[in-house]
Design a protein around this ligand. Structure first.
Ligand SMILES: [Zn+2]
Length: 361
């Protein structure tokens, strides 16, 4: 049976591609309110698609973006089929051509065998592979081999704010699931699938450094008034040492050690720094001394500036001493690090490194 399903799935490659393209073309950017209607349209698309497969699908509304929820009707699977829960998300990160895209991010383009679009690998592409598999199975067999519950959210990229409430509401339908499938990760390489057994966590901060009550003239006041932009970059520069390590005290105290056997396995993967540098568009990888690139990416905690703004940013010059400067920062945390402990340490660290003349919130 599986062979016939796979053959049929293969034959319909063009159809899957067209189908996925439609979904990818919907800019379901969950973080930007201007895209709320698109997020809703992407949810609707997924719901209709699940209905097309024969599942009972609905939208569960939340204060922000809806969840798509689907179950297998009794007629579609054997009575004692195993119950599988499938999770995915249909929202995407913002993307603009100015960010360095070679093709418009919401105009899916096939290039050298790759489908390039925002969401093609996070997470619409993966979700769609499952939808296509279900449809293929449905076409060839009269019923599905499993009882399925599908839960797709539209807030994964903004912290899954309402997912716990939805899960609580649907507790009875979810709790009998014997396995959960999440396809929101990567293949290691073409033809080399990967089972992801852990991911780094995320802590996110926005900080604002405040100086004078209003923007001042740098000729009249510069040198005599603390400049929040100067203060901010000075503080940010103090967050790492010359070895690429985060200077926040206690940051590495609880970091789990990775067994040598596992590190050895990682070193045997088909991976080179050169290839990584090419993919990242950099000359050479960078990071914490003493660790390989994969270790830096997978098991070491990090702190990164994600956004930075202050002062005059229009064309030409304007001699402003800005009233405030802001940054967005995130930390990737690894097993055994305690986010609460890190947050307390980070807030104390910020106070400690705040230069005189400015205030930080
Ligand atoms: Zn994702």
């Amino acid at each position: 049976m599986l062979d016939s399903v796979l053959i049929w799935a293969d034959k319909n490659r063009g159809r899957w591609l067209e189908d996925l393209r439609q979904w990818l073309a919907i800019p379901s950017v969950s973080t930007q309110q201007s895209h709320d209607a698109d997020v809703a349209a992407a949810a609707e698309w997924a719901m209709l698609s699940l209905r097309g497969i024969g599942l009972t699908a609905e939208l569960i509304s939340t204060p922000r973006h809806p969840c798509v929820f689907a179950t297998t009707p009794a007629s579609l699977c054997p009575a004692h089929a195993p119950h599988i829960l499938f999770y995915g998300h249909y929202d995407v990160q913002p993307a603009q051509i100015e960010d360095g895209w070679h093709t418009p991010p919401f105009k899916p383009t096939v290039k050298n065998g790759d489908l390039i679009a925002r969401g093609s690998s996070d997470d619409k592409g993966q979700v769609h592979a499952h939808l296509a598999a279900l449809l293929a199975w449905r076409e060839i067999a009269s019923e599905l081999p499993v009882r399925l519950t599908v839960l797709l959210e539209g807030e994964e990229e903004i912290g899954s704010i309402n997912l716990p409430t939805v899960m609580e509401q649907r507790r009875d339908q979810l709790k009998s699931a014997q396995a959960l499938i999440i396809s929101d990760c990567n293949q290691f390489a073409p033809g080399l699938p990967a089972l992801t057994c852990g991911l780094r966590g995320l802590m996110y901060y926005q900080m604002e450094v405040q100086g004078p009550a209003a923007d001042l003239h740098s000729g009249l006041f510069g040198g005599a008034v603390a400049n929040p932009a100067n203060a901010l970059v000075e503080m940010l520069a103090r967050m790492h040492d010359g070895q690429g390590r985060v200077t926040l005290s206690g940051f590495y105290d609880d970091v789990a050690d990775v067994e040598e056997a596992l590190r050895r396995q990682w070193r045997s993967l088909p991976f080179t720094d050169d290839q990584f540098a090419r993919e990242a568009g950099i000359k050479t990888p960078f990071g914490e001394t003493g660790y390989t690139t994969l270790e830096r990416k997978w098991i070491r905690p990090t702190l990164d500036i994600n956004g930075l703004w202050s002062g005059y940013q229009g064309p030409g010059a304007k001699t402003v001493l800005p009233a405030r400067a802001s940054a967005k920062l995130s930390m990737r945390l690894v097993p055994n690090q305690n986010p609460q402990k890190i947050a307390t340490a980070f807030e104390a660290f910020i106070q400690q490194i705040t230069p005189p003349g400015v205030a930080v919130t």
